[in-house]
Design a protein around this ligand. Structure first.
Ligand code: DGL
Length: 276
């Protein structure tokens, strides 16, 4: 057993949404320690340019490395869509994004060969899911839609309001009418709105939660590399944000399913990003 097994898993997101991935890692890998960074000062990443999101993602990863993490989980679909190549080529430790696991689950679930993908503008315009799905099966048709208002609705906790259902219909009806049988929730916030989204698509459409699939991938990668922590003292987790920790704490329970003990504020910018 190498020492690295007891090192924490680093997870970052533009803000709160990555806690849906943390919740799944905690459920599937209860012995692992987690260091989480939510870049609340600079969110949202969804509407920003690829260059800006890549720069932020590198800075977020550098911050986690300062905490001695054994792997980095990019728990943000937008950052995973545009910054994975930059991150993977930069670091020796495994960097795990949310796209491949979600794409794989979608491809294994579809019977009709028509998959819907919903996410932020950045994720959808990158075509990252389309590319990942085509790599697995060229014959699958991928239909993509961005749903920018879902992020603020999830953050407000408006999960089952009438207005949320009206907006969901507005965004998703054309996808439903196109007869997709699988839809990837390609944004960290969308699992919070899963019930409302399911109302639009009905019971015959399977919704893929990339948080769940990503945690499975983390378990596989750590297990395969002999880096999994097994047993020992109850793991302690650390949570950091770049701004407004009280808002993060207020929202955390909804995303994590449990209250957060403590959240620290840190500055993460070019000064923490060695090598630019
Ligand atoms: N975390 C982002 C994602 O999964 C959603 C929030 C944002 O736009 O920053 O794409």
């Amino acid at each position: 057993m190498s020492d690295a097994t007891s090192s924490p898993i680093g997870v970052f997101d533009s803000g709160i949404g990555g806690l849906t991935v943390v919740a799944e890692i905690m459920r599937q890998l209860p012995d692992e320690r987690i260091v989480y960074f939510g870049d609340t000062a600079r969110l949202p990443y969804g509407p920003k340019s690829n260059e800006t999101v890549t720069q932020f993602a590198i800075q977020d990863a550098e911050f986690l490395l300062e905490h001695g993490v054994k792997t980095i989980v990019v728990a943000c679909n937008t950052a995973s869509s545009v910054a994975m190549d930059a991150l993977v080529s930069r670091y020796e430790i495994p960097v795990i994004g949310v796209i491949e696991p979600g794409a794989l689950a979608a491809v294994s679930s579809t019977l009709s060969g028509k998959i819907g993908v919903i996410g932020t503008e950045g994720t959808i315009s990158s075509g990252a899911y389309r590319k990942a799905i085509s790599k697995l099966d060229r014959d699958i048709e991928v239909l993509e839609t961005s749903c920018p208002l879902f992020v603020p609705l999830a953050e407000e906790g408006w999960t089952d309001r009438e207005v949320t259902l009206v907006i969901a219909h507005e965004y998703l009806t054309s996808l439903r009418d196109a007869a997709v049988d699988v839809v990837v929730l390609a944004c960290t916030h969308y699992p919070i709105l899963k019930q409302t989204i399911a109302k639009v698509f009905g019971p015959s459409v399977r919704l893929i939660d990339s948080a769940e699939e990503t945690a499975k991938e983390v378990a596989d990668r750590l297990g395969g590399l002999g880096l999994a922590r097994k047993g020992g003292a109850r793991p302690e987790h650390k949570f950091f944000v770049s701004d407004v920790p009280h808002r993060f704490r207020e929202q955390a329970e909804r995303f994590l399913g449990a209250p957060l003990p403590e959240v620290s504020v840190v500055t993460v910018d070019e000064t923490t990003c060695s090598g630019g």
